[in-house]
Design a protein around this ligand. Structure first.
Ligand code: PRX
Length: 656
């Protein structure tokens, strides 16, 4: 393989499994009450997948019906063409008729404060804030950035935008001012909704301060709306530009009819990392996203009226969009939202919350599960977790050891586990078992969901029947991204140019067992997955070369027990700059300042040279081998072979 072609991630961890028969059929008690406990959905979808999606869509309320289910001019699609709806009607108004006083959101703040919002209250709060946005001149199609802690108002802000047809662009509260301003500028946001701050691990993180810095580097922002999380915190406001959230809604009307949105009107933009330094603005539209998040939530999380559903993601990521806000609310679920860290004040905070609220469905990430394993079996054992009936995993491959631990110590061997594979781009879960039907196998995410067609291909689009290959989605689905904001060519190049314009390339390696269960192995491009978060190697490299001392850098991932992958940066410095420990620390801080703490390199290796091919390409595979301490592969294309020995020595030193 040449150094520039994608290489498949190592799948050694999972190899044992293929030879072992470890399978977990749905527990009979669970299956007896499950929403789906047979293969009927798969059969219906296989027979006619457009009819399948038509039937799913028909379960939602539409202001006007669609004329055509799918218009597919690869790689562009339109779903439910001509249909009119508003996702907030299906999230809120619809439930007012049947269960206005049912709980919509239960909130636990990190300091221990609690709130509860019924569907009636959530509807009223959304309408008030939507009217407040209107009073500032915000209208359909305007882009609005949301940079919030995990409080109910983050969900209300998203819903209020959707109510009036404004396009939200949520930016994770852990991102830096630069990351926020880049995203604001890319889609020319007119307003930003933020908070004075939010609680994380006992500290009040000053989000408004970061917003102020970000807004200085933008020209489109007219309004900054500030939710007050802690009245005792001094939060300077810029008169004319800044508005307190509570003042705006104080006199706002609770009546705000939903804007009639076309099925293909943009609902939101969410930025995610790619293989260049510039994040991609993933565009999702209203109809298809509503339908797919609604139906996947219903079937995969098996929701019932009395469930207490808790997804531990942040609303700043796609998981928060689809499976805290839009999917569960369309299903009328009781949703738990927790503001803070899993280890504050103690490492058993999550289990304390499960016990306190009697959580029944729990959805988290493998990186968290591995941390819980490390913190000890006695912590979950201290709490009554008997309310749990279903567990989920998302964000990265779950290693079988973590799967088994999750099953035993959290699920107490009675909860099915759904390992859900999907992406920001797919909008909704694509590969997962159905908990009342599928026999789960640790390490395997499961089969493609009904209505989704996935396979494994090689570079030449041949189907791979044994061993690993590239995951491919071979037919459009309603919640697929429609384009990249302002860059349709990049959309075509990134996702639909690998084989042919009808096949979506997700960028993951995978293999499959005889029953059609997919084992997803990880990224095959220059994107890292650190604690379930996507980080582009180029983003980190750009942040490093932005530092005046850095001449060149190359960033790779190496396997990490807790995070999945850790970031290792190889750096050459300018002129006679001293390659000191101080500079090493300064560079790590610099990257965190430029991007956000999630991108801080775990290790920086100073080197006099980077290994390059004779044509000048950095040999990343070789750097990955060095970072992971593996035997070095083929170096015949290397311009200067002596670089390798010195790099290995430097790497060993810096690990020291
Ligand atoms: O590599 C896959 C991994 O996360 C990537 C998508 O990242 P993002 O867009 O940030 O969305 C994360 C939450 C949906 C994928 O390309 N990934 C996600 N879920 C799984 C996974 N890898 C293996 N198994 C999963 N269940």
């Amino acid at each position: 393989m040449s150094d520039t072609s994608p290489d498949l991630p190592t799948d050694q961890v999972f190899d044992d499994l293929l030879h072992e028969d470890r399978s977990f059929p749905p527990p009979p008690d669970f299956a007896a009450k499950a929403n789906i406990s047979d293969a009927s959905l798969y059969e219906a979808a296989n027979e006619d997948y457009l009819q399948y999606w038509t039937d799913q869509a028909a379960e939602l309320d539409w202001f006007e019906p669609w004329e055509e289910t799918l218009e597919w001019t690869p790689p562009h699609c339109k779903w439910f063409v001509g249909g009119k709806l508003n996702i907030t009607h299906n999230c809120l108004d619809r439930h007012l008729e049947t269960k206005p006083d049912a709980t919509a959101i239960l909130f636990e703040g990190e300091p221990g404060d609690q709130r509860k919002l019924t569907y009636r209250e959530l509807h009223a709060e959304t309408c008030k804030f939507a009217n407040a946005l209107k009073s500032l001149g915000i209208t359909k199609g305007d882009r609005i950035a949301i940079y919030m802690p995990m409080v109910p108002e983050a969900a209300i802000a998203m819903l209020a935008c959707a109510r009036i047809g404004a396009i939200h662009s949520v930016v994770f509260g852990g991102f830096s001012a630069d990351s926020l301003s880049d995203r604001i500028n890319d889609s020319e946001c007119k307003a930003v909704i933020t908070a004075d701050g939010g609680w994380r691990r006992g500290k009040f993180l000053p989000l408004k301060e970061t917003t102020d810095t970000a807004v200085q580097a933008t020209s489109s922002i007219e309004h900054v709306i500030v939710y007050q999380r802690d009245p005792s915190f001094d939060c300077p406001m810029t008169s004319g530009r800044d508005h307190w959230y509570h003042e705006l809604v104080a006199n706002a009307s609770e009546d705000c009819p939903p804007e009639e949105m076309d099925a293909e009107d943009v609902l939101f933009i969410l930025y995610t990392s790619g293989t260049t330094g510039k994040p991609k603005g993933i565009v999702h539209t209203t109809g298809g996203y509503s339908v797919t998040t609604y139906s996947t939530t219903k079937y995969i999380f098996d929701l019932k009226d009395d469930d207490i559903y808790w997804c531990t993601a942040d609303v700043g990521w796609i998981t928060g969009h689809s499976y805290i806000v839009y999917g569960p609310l369309q299903n009328g679920a009781q949703i738990l939202m927790y503001e803070g860290a899993p280890n504050h004040p103690e490492n058993d905070r999550f289990w304390e919350i499960v016990e306190k609220y009697k959580v029944t469905v729990f959805y988290t990430a493998p990186t968290a599960i591995r941390a819980f394993m490390k913190w000890g079996d006695d912590l979950p054992a201290k709490h009554d977790l008997s309310s749990l009936r279903l567990l989920g995993s998302v964000g990265e491959p779950i290693n079988p050891e973590a799967w088994m631990w999750y099953n035993q110590h959290i699920g107490q061997n009675k909860c099915p586990i759904v390992d859900t594979w999907w992406q920001t781009e797919t909008g909704a879960i694509m590969i997962s078992g159905l908990p009342g039907h599928t026999t789960m196998k640790p390490g395997f995410a499961g089969p493609a969901l009904p209505g989704i067609k996935a396979t494994i291909l090689d570079e030449d689009a041949n189907e791979v029947t044994s061993g690993s290959g590239l995951l491919a989605i071979t037919q459009p689905w309603p919640s697929m991204l429609r384009t990249l904001w302002g860059d349709d060519q990049r959309y075509i190049d990134t996702y639909f140019s690998k084989w042919n314009p009808s096949i979506y390339f997700p960028g993951d390696g995978a293999k499959r067992d005889d029953e059609g269960n997919f084992m997803v192995l990880g990224r095959v491009d220059d994107v890292l997955n650190v604690s379930g978060h996507r980080i582009g190697t180029m983003e980190v490299e750009s942040a490093l070369v932005d530092h005046p001392a850095v001449a060149e850098s190359a960033v790779v991932g190496r396997a990490h027990d807790l995070k999945g992958q850790a970031i290792v940066a190889f750096v050459t410095v300018k002129g006679n700059t001293e390659m000191s420990d101080d500079l090493n620390n300064e560079l790590r801080v610099h990257v965190a300042d430029k991007i956000g703490a999630i991108a801080r390199p775990d290790q920086i290796v100073f080197t006099a040279d980077l290994p390059k091919t004779r044509s000048g390409k950095i040999m990343r595979r070789l750097l990955r081998d060095i970072a992971e301490g593996r035997a070095i592969g083929d170096t015949t294309t290397l311009a200067d072979a002596s670089v390798v020995a010195s790099l290995q020595a430097q790497h060993a030193d810096s690990e020291g």
